[in-house]
Ligand binder design. Structure first.
Ligand code: X8Z
Ligand code: ZN
Length: 630
C-alpha cells in the first residue's frame, strides 16, 4: 500500500502529514540571512548560476516538506478509497494521485542532491537525505512513464486484492478468496486438499508477471535518474548506512538465528513425516510448501497440533478456540483489547474517528484489499486500520501489530513532516509485535480470557508454539527481498523469476513446491508485498528488534524471570520509555532511537536467541538420531 499512508505501504512516502496547506517555513527553519539584489552580480553578461548556499538549502527543505505533506494527504485519501472499494475508477484516481506524489518526489530528490557538498546544520542535512530517499517506487523522468508505472502499481494491487481461486467448473460464490483459502490452510489436514488449494491460490498471480517485469524496469529507470544502481540499492540505502553494509547486516543477523531455524526445521519435518508419511514428506529433503498451515509457509503456528508430541505438558488453552466460544468478544472487541494494552502503558485512547472510519470486517458486497494495514490519513489524528478480522489468535496478534503502527504515528505527529516516520522501517513493524509478546498466559488470565496460568513445565510447549511463528518466519523474511534485490539488479531476469524464487525458498527455508513450478507461474506474485511493492527486509528486522525491545522493556519494568512470561501490561515506566522512543520519529539516525529504548546502538539477535534457548536445547535432544538439513 501505500506507499505512504498505510504504514505498510510503499509507493511514495511513508507517513501522512498534517493539514498541510502550509507553504511558509516553520519558524525554527527560517533562513539566517536573505540574499538581496545588491549581492547579485551587477553585470549584463550571462553568468553561471550562483552556487547554492546554506540559506537556499533551508528554503528548499521547508518548501519541499510543505509540498510533499500536502500531496501525501491527497494520495492517502485516494489510496484509502481504492483499497476499500476495488473498482476501475478508484484505481485510476489512486494512480493519478500517486503519480502526482511521485512526480514531486522525483523532482525534489533531484533538487536535494544539488546541496550534497554543502556544510549544513544537522536538521537541514538530515531532511535533504530523507527527501532523496522518500520514494519506494521512483518514477522515470518522462511523466508518461511515471503515469504508466503508477497505473501498473494500482493494477497489480487490485489483481491481488480481488484475487480468487475458482475450482474447475465453479464460479461466483463458489470461488475462494484469500480469507477462505487461509482458513482451509489453517484447518485442513488433508494433504491433497491442501495441495489443491495451494495451487489454486497461485493461479491468481501469473497474469501479474509481464506487468511486474515492466514495473521493475520503470522503477529502475527512476532510481538510476536519482543516482542509484537500481531500486534495490535505493531501498537498501534507507538505513543510515551504505547499501552494501546493510546487506551484510542482514546476513549477520540471519547467521545469528540460523542454527535455531535449522533445529526447528528438522523437528517439524520429522513430525510431518510421522503424520503424512515419507512419501509426502521425505526425510532429509525439503518440506513441501503446502503443509505449514499458511499459504506462504511464512509462519507455522497453525500446525502446532500436528507437530507437538502428545506427552509434552501443554499450555492447556487455545486462544482461537476461546475466541470462537466467547460470543461477547466480537471482532471490534478484539481491537478494544489491543487498545487497552496501549492505554495501560500510558498512551491516550484512540480517537473517536478511528472507530468510525476503520474497516474491521470483510464487507459482503464488494472486493477490498484484506491484507491488514494501519493508516495515518492526515498526519495528525485521523488514524485507521483496515483488516478483515477473523476470530483467531493470529488475528488478535495482527491487531496488536497494526495498532503499534497507529500509536507510533500518533507519537510522532508533532514532528515536522519529514520526521513523521519510524527510526527505520523495522521499528515501525516491531512495535505492535513487541506489545504482542506481552500477551502472556499471565496477562490472558488478568483480562479474563483464561482461568488458570499454566505451570513452568508448560514452557517448552509455549515456546514451541511461539517459535513456529517467530522463528519459522525468519528465513522467509530474508528471502523475499533477496529475490527482489536480484530482480532489481538484473541478476535475475523475467525469464527466471520463478526459478530464482524457488531456489531462494529452498536455500533459506528448506521448502519446495510439490510438482514443477515453471515460468508459466509467477509464485512470488501470490504474496501481497510483491504486487503491492512493499519492501520486506523490515519484517525480518522487526522479528529481531521486537525481542530486543521486549527484553529492554521488561528490564525497565523491573521484571526478572523467563522472558516468555514477562508482560509489561499496565507498567507506566516501560510505557514512558517506549513513548520517548516513538516520539523521536525519524528525527535522528536509528541507532539513537535504539539506544533510548534499549541502551544498545546495534541490532542484536541475542535477545531472540536467549528467549528461545530452552527450546533450542529441547529441540536438539528431540532431533538426536535425525539427519537434519535438506
Ligand atoms: O504485512 C504485514 C502486516 C502489515 S504491515 C500485516 N506483515 C507481514 C506479512 O503479513 O507478510 C506482518 C508480519 C509480516
Ligand atoms: Zn506492519
Amino acid at each position: 500500500m501505500l506507499r505512504t499512508f498505510p504504514a505498510i505501504l510503499a509507493l511514495a512516502l511513508t507517513a501522512a502529514c498534517a493539514t498541510s496547506t502550509q507553504t511558509t517555513p516553520a519558524p525554527a527553519m527560517t533562513p539566517a540571512a536573505t540574499e538581496t539584489a545588491t549581492t547579485m552580480p551587477q553585470t549584463e553578461t550571462p553568468t553561471a548560476p550562483a552556487a547554492p548556499t546554506a540559506d537556499d538549502a533551508l528554503r528548499f527543505v521547508n518548501e519541499a516538506e510543505a509540498r510533499l505533506a500536502t500531496l501525501n494527504v491527497e494520495a492517502a485519501r485516494a489510496q484509502w478509497v481504492a483499497s476499500n472499494f476495488i473498482t476501475e475508477d478508484t484505481q485510476l484516481i489512486a494512480a493519478k494521485e500517486n503519480e502526482r506524489f511521485i512526480g514531486a518526489g522525483v523532482e525534489l530528490a533531484k533538487e536535494a542532491a544539488k546541496y550534497d557538498s554543502l556544510q549544513l546544520p544537522y536538521d537541514v542535512r538530515r531532511k535533504l537525505d530523507l527527501i532523496k530517499l522518500k520514494l519506494t517506487s521512483p518514477g522515470p523522468a518522462d511523466p508518461e512513464k511515471t503515469a504508466e508505472m503508477t497505473r501498473i502499481a494500482a493494477d497489480l494491487e487490485a489483481i491481488y486484492g480481488a484475487g480468487k481461486y475458482c475450482p474447475p467448473g465453479k464460479s461466483g460464490d463458489d470461488c475462494l478468496d484469500i480469507g477462505e483459502i487461509g482458513k482451509i490452510m489453517r484447518e485442513s489436514r488433508d494433504p491433497k486438499r491442501l495441495l489443491e488449494v495451494w495451487r489454486g491460490w497461485h493461479t491468481v498471480s501469473p497474469e501479474m508477471r509481464d506487468k511486474y517485469a515492466r514495473y521493475v524496469s520503470l522503477m529502475n529507470e527512476g532510481s538510476r535518474d536519482l543516482g542509484y544502481r537500481d531500486v534495490g540499492a535505493m531501498w537498501r540505502s534507507k538505513y543510515d548506512m551504505p547499501p552494501d553494509a546493510f546487506a551484510t547486516e542482514i546476513d549477520r543477523l540471519w547467521n545469528q538465528v540460523k542454527p535455531l531455524y535449522d533445529s526447528l526445521h528438522c523437528f517439524v519435518r520429522s513430525n510431518l513425516t510421522k503424520r503424512y508419511g515419507a512419501d509426502v514428506v521425505a526425510p532429509g529433503k525439503p518440506i513441501p510448501a503446502h503443509l505449514f498451515g499458511n499459504i506462504w509457509a511464512q509462519e507455522w503456528g497453525n500446525i502446532y497440533d500436528v507437530v507437538a508430541p502428545k506427552n509434552l505438558p501443554s499450555a492447556g488453552y487455545d486462544v482461537t478456540k476461546i475466541l470462537e466460544k466467547r460470543k461477547d468478544i466480537t471482532e471490534l472487541e478484539m481491537v478494544r483489547i489491543g487498545e487497552r494494552f496501549f492505554t495501560s502503558l500510558g498512551f491516550d485512547p484512540l480517537p473517536k474517528t478511528f472507530w468510525e472510519r476503520s474497516l474491521f470486517t470483510k464487507p459482503k458486497d464488494r472486493d477490498v484489499v484484506c491484507h491488514a494495514s494501519a493508516w495515518d490519513l492526515d498526519d495528525d489524528q485521523d488514524l485507521r486500520i483496515k483488516m478483515c478480522i477473523e476470530k483467531t489468535e493470529e488475528d488478535l496478534t495482527t491487531i496488536h501489530h497494526e495498532l503499534g503502527h497507529n500509536f507510533y504515528q500518533r507519537a510522532y505527529a508533532t514532528q515536522p513532516f519529514l520526521y513523521k516516520e519510524s527510526a527505520n522501517d523495522g521499528f515501525h513493524e516491531a512495535i505492535g509485535d513487541t506489545i504482542a509478546l506481552s500477551v502472556t498466559p499471565g496477562y490472558l488470565k488478568q483480562i479474563g480470557l483464561i482461568q488458570k496460568e499454566p505451570p513452568a513445565a508448560a514452557d517448552i510447549a509455549l515456546l514451541l508454539r511461539d517459535a513456529m511463528d517467530k522463528i519459522a518466519f525468519l528465513p522467509f523474511g530474508v528471502m523475499m527481498d533477496k529475490w527482489r534485490w536480484k530482480v532489481f539488479s538484473g541478476e535475475v531476469s523475467p525469464a527466471d523469476y520463478n526459478k530464482a524464487w524457488w531456489d531462494l525458498r529452498l536455500q533459506y527455508q528448506g521448502i519446495a513446491p510439490t510438482g514443477a513450478r515453471g515460468e508459466e507461474f509467477f509464485d512470488a506474485g501470490a504474496k501481497y508485498h510483491i504486487p503491492a511493492n512493499v519492501p520486506y527486509a523490515r519484517y525480518f528486522l522487526a522479528r529481531i528488534l521486537q525481542f530486543q525491545f521486549h527484553r529492554a522493556l521488561c528490564q525497565t519494568a523491573g521484571y526478572d524471570g523467563p522472558l516468555n512470561r514477562c508482560s509489561i501490561y499496565d507498567n507506566k515506566e516501560a510505557g514512558a520509555r517506549l513513548a520517548k522512543t516513538l516520539e523521536m520519529g525519524a528525527s535522528r539516525p536509528w541507532p539513537d532511537a535504539l539506544e533510548v529504548l534499549t541502551g544498545q546502538r546495534e541490532m542484536d539477535a541475542t535477545a531472540i536467541v536467549d528467549y528461545f534457548r530452552p527450546l533450542k536445547n529441547w529441540l536438539d535432544q528431540q532431533n538426536q538420531g535425525q539427519t537434519c538439513g535438506w
